[in-house]
Design a protein. Structure first.
Length: 212
């Protein structure tokens, strides 16, 4: 084996060790540390919410929030991924202007995009639970499947709320609140899956069900 190959192998081993150590630390960390991490992801969600644009045929904007939502479940795991999105929603409702268009307040939660905020919490919880509980879910394919499930959960909550707020039937709500975003969200899911697959360790670091 050449010196260059040996060096590359050493770098790879160190990288894998760093990944494992971080997730092991996160799993065993104190409640305070986990809440701080969750708050950090809430801030990231608020930042990416400002990357948005509107399509001419729907009141729901395309934003960067979904990146943070999907990644929060992977990095923070069960409960705390969901907590990060819960903090994002609650703090925004209380007045911090970090919803899309730098808006805040209860009116956003009760408006056309309020359902998506609830969907963010549920999606991150589900993704985080699988990542923490199943080592097999940490492959690129496994993570991508979780990303798609997360997106479906976000759509489901968003569309149900949109139907009530606008007073339209389910088909119209789907046309306005889900169909325009499928292609771009699948693209987001692919990017997040690639990032997540490079970050999560393939070794058990907690109480994984498939490693007992």
């Amino acid at each position: 084996m050449s010196e260059f190959s040996t060096e590359l192998k050493n770098i790879f081993v160190k990288y894998e060790s760093v990944k494992y150590d971080f997730f092991k630390w996160r799993f065993e960390s104190t409640f305070t540390n986990k809440v701080i991490l969750a708050l950090g992801f809430a801030c990231l969600t608020g930042l990416l919410a400002q990357l948005r644009f509107y399509l001419p045929y729907t009141p729901v904007p395309v934003t960067g929030q979904v990146f943070a939502v999907l990644l929060s479940g992977v990095i923070l795991g069960k409960w705390y991924g969901g907590l990060s999105q819960g903090l994002y929603t609650v703090i925004g409702v209380l007045g911090v202007p970090w919803f899309a268009d730098a808006k805040s307040g209860m009116a956003i939660l009760l408006g056309v995009t309020g359902g998506y905020l609830i969907g963010f919490i549920v999606a991150s919880l589900v993704i985080g639970w699988f990542i923490d509980m199943y080592v097999k879910s940490r492959s690129f394919i496994g993570i991508f499947c979780l990303m798609v499930i997360g997106i479906v959960l976000i759509y489901l909550a968003g569309v149900i709320n949109l139907s009530f707020v606008l007073g339209v039937n389910a088909q119209k709500a789907i046309e306005l609140g889900a169909l325009p975003f499928i292609a771009v969200d699948i693209y987001k899911a692919l990017i997040v899956s690639a990032i997540a697959a490079a970050l999560v360790p393939r070794a058990a670091y907690g109480n994984e069900l498939d490693s007992r």
